[in-house]
Design a binder for this molecule. Sequence first.
Ligand code: SF4
Ligand code: SF4
Length: 138
Amino acid sequence: MTAVPGKSCGACNLCCQILDIDELEKKAGILCENCVNGSGCAIYHTRPQVCRDFECEWLTERSLPATLKPDRTGTLFLICPETDQYQAVTDPKQPKAWRHPLVFKHLIAKAKEGHVVVAKSGMLSWRVYPTGECAPWT
Ligand code: SF4
Ligand code: SF4
């Protein structure tokens, strides 16, 4: 996958905060120490492969509008490579961001497409069903 033409990360750095990066011994939810606000990654040319490879769903999916950009919603969408779940992972500072009407509407639409949709906020997870119902998920 590559970024859709016209889309770029810009000032967003939510994945540099949300993701767990073993190569950097960086825990999920903590902003990477190499992330320099306003100027991006301080080790851009030598950043780990996992950073080079990662692209969120917003960046690669043409149908996701600007209003769902991760730094606007506090929610990053990804397809988990291990489970194939469609995940909405929230900014730790905005734990309820996945319940924002625009985000939630998108999650229901993905569930209706047949995805197993899981919203994650810190250590807590919820399954989102096509009906709009949610239930704690382990
Ligand atoms: S969360 Fe998506 S848009 Fe934001 S920096 Fe990461 S890849 Fe780019
Ligand atoms: S090394 Fe750079 S790209 Fe990777 S998480 Fe840190 S700031 Fe982001």
